[in-house]
Design a protein around this ligand. Structure first.
Ligand code: DX5
Ligand code: ZN
Length: 229
């Protein structure tokens, strides 16, 4: 399994999203990470369906839509129609997670589940065989630019083990929060294969270059055996 970089446009200039996407695509972005926040599950309000629709028109890589909203079931169809290729829901807000995951898959979208920093890995054990990916939050969701929470790399490894035990070796572990060239090595070594980065890319003077450098740092941390998985 190769490692993929997913720049989070949360830290981009919302008045120039097209240019932001184009720049990171030139830098080798594999996905565009879109943070949807509702002001309830998290304190912040960000992007909705129309913005995803517009991004879909201009992006050449798939859109990875991270739903930080209290009632994801009400919106998954709309985000799928808007062009999400991957969609993730927080386990903390989804009492019928099995139904939610399969509803996303039925729409032809890759389904992911997300763990907040204080949510234990065991919360995904029963859904581990069904998901297309698991997203580990390495900050408390709501804002860009926060510091990586130590031990999140250990959690990545635990999620990897849970997926493997469920026979789901093909589902990657994604990580989101405080990822930059200083933290990327340890999370890749722990098994993360989709790396979300917002401020490290868009608050740098050259997002294209920052994407390229993060990807290179991630690739350098890949264990030799990882290319077979
Ligand atoms: C936080 C979002 C992240 C955010 C990451 O709630 O889910 O995707 O953009 O930002 P950085 O990379 O700055 O921590
Ligand atoms: Zn996110």
């Amino acid at each position: 399994m190769t490692v993929r970089v997913a720049p989070s446009i949360l830290s981009a200039d919302f008045a120039a999203l097209g240019q932001a996407v184009a720049a990171v695509e030139r830098g080798g972005a594999d996905l565009i990470h879109v943070d949807v926040m509702d002001g309830h599950f998290v304190p912040n309000i960000t992007i909705g369906v129309p913005v995803v629709q517009s991004l879909k028109r201009i992006a050449t890589v798939p859109l990875d839509v991270h739903l930080m909203i209290t009632d994801p079931d009400r919106y998954i169809e709309a985000f799928a129609e808007a062009g999400a290729a991957m969609m993730s829901v927080h386990v903390e807000v989804a009492p019928h997670l099995h139904r939610t995951v399969h509803a996303i898959k039925a729409l032809g979208v890759k389904a992911g589940v997300v763990l907040n920093p204080a949510t234990p890995v065991v919360a995904i054990r029963e859904i581990a065989a069904d998901v297309d990916f698991v997203l580990v939050m390495s900050v408390n969701p709501g804002f860009g630019g926060q510091a990586f929470i130590p031990r999140s790399d250990v959690k990545v490894a635990e999620v990897r083990t849970t997926l493997d035990r469920a026979g789901n070796q093909l589902a990657p572990v994604e990580i989101d929060g405080g990822i930059d060239t200083t933290t990327v090595g340890r999370v890749v070594a722990a098994g993360a294969r989709v790396l979300v980065a917002g401020s490290a890319i868009f608050h740098s003077p050259d997002p294209e270059r920052a994407t390229r450098e993060l990807k290179a740092a991630a690739a350098a941390a890949l264990p030799a055996s990882a290319t077979t998985r």
